[in-house]
Structures are given as C-alpha cells and as structure tokens.
Ligand binder design. Structure first.
Ligand code: NAP
Ligand code: ZN
Length: 346
C-alpha cells in the first residue's frame, strides 16, 4: 500500500512530503494507523549523516503510537482497535543468545532498526513520520490506556533508553543519580529515576530549565558551565546517565562518581569520546554504554510509566513544522520532546 510520509531526500536536506510503499500484511504482521511520532535526536543524527551514509530517502521516526488497523492470519495477541507502540527495533533473528535473553537490540545477526535499515526480507525500513506502518507483531508494544497517546510516543525510545540503564545499575532508594542534559532522554531519565526512588540531580549547561527540572522530579540542579559545580559535586554520585548528543569532557564527569560509581553513556555523538584511564582507576569507576532495551523490558517500562503516571512532556506539532523542530532540538530548545500529529501528514 502507498502511504503518505515525510522524508529526508539527502544528507542535511530538509524533510519533505512524499509517499512510500508499505508491505502487505503478512501472517505475523500488524498494520498500524499511526497517530503520533516523536522526534528523537537520533533522527537528526541519522538524516544529517552524522553516523555515516544512509539509504536516502529516509523516513525517520522510532517513537510511534497508533491503533491496530489490520492483523495477519497468525496474530493472536493483537486486535483491530488496540492502542499500540513501536520503538527503535522492528526485527531481529530471535534465535541468538542475546535475542533469547531478551536483549534483541544486541542481536548477533544485527537488530533491524525501524528506519534506514535492511529488514530481514531485504527491503529498507521506513519510520514513523508516516500515516501507517506494517510491523511484525512480536515487535509491537501495548500502550496502556492510562497514558495520553502523544505523551506515550517518546517512551518508545527516550523512555526505554533511560529506563534500561537506571534499572540495570540499580537506581532506587539510597542511590544518587545525576542526569547530564535535560532534553528528550534527560527529562525521561529524571522522571523515571525519581519514580524509582533515587535522589536525582540534573546537570544542564545552564540554569534556564531549573524550575522545570525540579518540577519533573529532580532534587538538585546544577549548571555545568559553572566550573564550581565540578568541585562542589566531586565523588558524589553512584550513577551518571549522560544523554548529551555532543562530545563532553568525560573526565570531568567521571570525577563526580564515588567508589564503584558508573557513568553510562546513552548519548551518541558523531565524534569519538576520550577518557583518561586515571579517571577510571581512581575510585574503581566504570564507564559504560547502553542502547535502547529489549521488547519485554520496553513493555515493563510502559507499564511502569502508566502505574506511576509518567508521560513525556511534549510539544505536539504539525508535519510541516518538522524542519523547524529539528533546528530547535539542535539549539537545545526543546521542552522536552516534539511529537508529530501524523494526521497532518498529507
Ligand atoms: P536532545 O533532546 O537534543 O537532548 C540532548 C541534551 O543534551 C540537550 O537538551 C542539552 O541539554 C544537552 N546538550 C546538547 N548539546 C550539548 C553540548 N554541546 N554540550 C553539553 N550539553 C549539550 O536529544 P535526545 O533525543 O535526548 O538524544 C540525546 C542523545 O542520545 C543523542 O545523541 C541521541 O542520538 C542519543 N540516543 C541514544 C539512544 C541509545 O539507545 N543509546 C537512544 C536514543 C537517543 P541541556 O540544555 O540541559 O544542557
Ligand atoms: Zn530515539
């Protein structure tokens, strides 16, 4: 079927309206009528070619919420009318150790990204800035009724990307967690870490968003442009989640960790980051990375967010505002996620 979408025609080019082909609904597929699609900084990195060459035209979008419009013959868990979500991953081998452990995002055969990836049938995937998508039912999530659908969309990437390391590294009562960067991922990290019971600090470039940060659940808020911040907070944290989309001085942030503390990098800048090993030797610190999360954990996160009344803070936009929204994300002028109302994609 031919559907409307917004695509980047080439690296660095503005997104424009187009049409794309969606495969017919296979036995284990569902057709989703998309309602909302979040704008993740990864969409911008991808279409700008920050992470290497892409199969243009690229339709980004991996924070998708919609309604099931059709189910394949073998699909038993979904019905027409169900409210569902799709995140960053639409396929994986399903058989390797990592897939079997629920870490499909680390599939040894390569997980299939929701856009700009080669699907297991050889076609190129196209993402959620579109009116419809056909997805294997095993990669479709249930979006609980308690979360507003627009506010739920960013959970599918920003939510799971922060929930996964917060859970793995034990954010909870008695733990001090710092979140670097208060953007899409950062604001979700603050809400989730607070709901898990941790003591949460925001480390932002400036104090401009301090009031918001405290309202979202932070206990403290500091500006990283102030060198005094790094002296004042030395050796204080158990866990730091770095969500920054650009390079930062990792050694300065590692210095904020106590003994056995971990800095988990979820930001994915174009350029390599460097670490002075003495920042790790001192206080037996760890530097780690984490990429999205598996399907079961993503469902757990959605249920956790519904239970705790957590959604994303969103600014809903029409499709013809996508390019302007990209500029604002690049300028750190997002509060805190742009979400496209996909009914405006014509
Ligand atoms: P975002 O909304 O743009 O947030 C990034 C925040 O980082 C900004 O709001 C800003 O916060 C801070 N920042 C930006 N430029 C900076 C600079 N030059 N120096 C210091 N701080 C800066 O982006 P996002 O959607 O949250 O994504 C963040 C990063 O995570 C991107 O690189 C994205 O590709 C990556 N990502 C990774 C995964 C994964 O699986 N690991 C998943 C999704 C996204 P302040 O204004 O508060 O300083
Ligand atoms: Zn994302």
């Amino acid at each position: 079927m031919r559907v409307n979408a917004y695509a980047a025609p080439a690296a660095g080019q503005p997104l424009t309206p187009t049409t794309i082909e969606r495969r017919s609904v296979g036995a284990n597929d569902v057709l989703i009528e998309i309602r909302y699609a979040g704008i993740c900084h990864s969409d911008i990195h991808t279409v700008n070619g920050d992470w290497g060459p892409q199969p243009y035209p690229v339709v980004p979008g991996h924070e998708i919420v919609g309604v099931v419009a059709e189910v394949g013959a073998d699909v038993t868990r979904r019905q027409v009318g169900d409210r569902v979500g799709v995140g960053c991953m639409v396929n994986s081998c399903g058989e390797c150790t990592n897939c079997r452990n629920g870490d499909e995002q680390y599939c040894l055969d390569g997980m299939v990204g929701t856009y700009a990836a080669t699907d297991r049938d050889g076609t190129t995937t196209q993402g959620g800035y579109s009116t419809h998508v056909v997805v294997d039912a095993d990669y479709v999530l249930s979006v609980p009724d308690g979360i507003d659908p627009a506010a739920a969309a960013p959970l599918l990437c920003a939510g799971i990307t922060t929930y996964a390391p917060l859970r793995r590294w034990g954010a909870g009562p008695g733990k001090r967690v710092a979140v670097v960067g208060l953007g899409g991922l950062g604001h979700m990290a603050v809400k989730i870490a607070h709901a898990l019971g941790a003591e949460v600090t925001v480390l932002s470039q400036t104090l401009k968003k301090q009031e918001d940060g405290l309202r979202l659940g932070a206990d403290d808020y500091f500006a990283t442009s102030d060198p005094g911040t790094f002296e004042q907070l030395a050796s204080r944290y158990d866990l730091i989640i770095n969500t920054v989309s650009a390079g930062i001085d990792l050694d300065a942030y590692l210095g904020l960790l106590g003994v056995d503390g971990t800095l988990v990098n979820v930001g994915a800048p174009a350029e390599p980051l460097s670490v002075n090993v003495f920042s790790l030797l001192n206080s037996r610190r760890s530097f780690a990375g984490s990429m999205i999360g598996g399907i079961a954990l993503t469902q757990e996160m959605l249920d956790f967010c519904a239970e705790h009344g957590i959604g994303s803070e969103v600014e809903v936009i029409a499709a013809d505002q996508i390019n302007e929204a990209y500029e604002r994300v690049l300028a750190s002028d997002v509060r805190y996620r742009f979400v496209i109302d996909t009914s405006t994609i014509a």
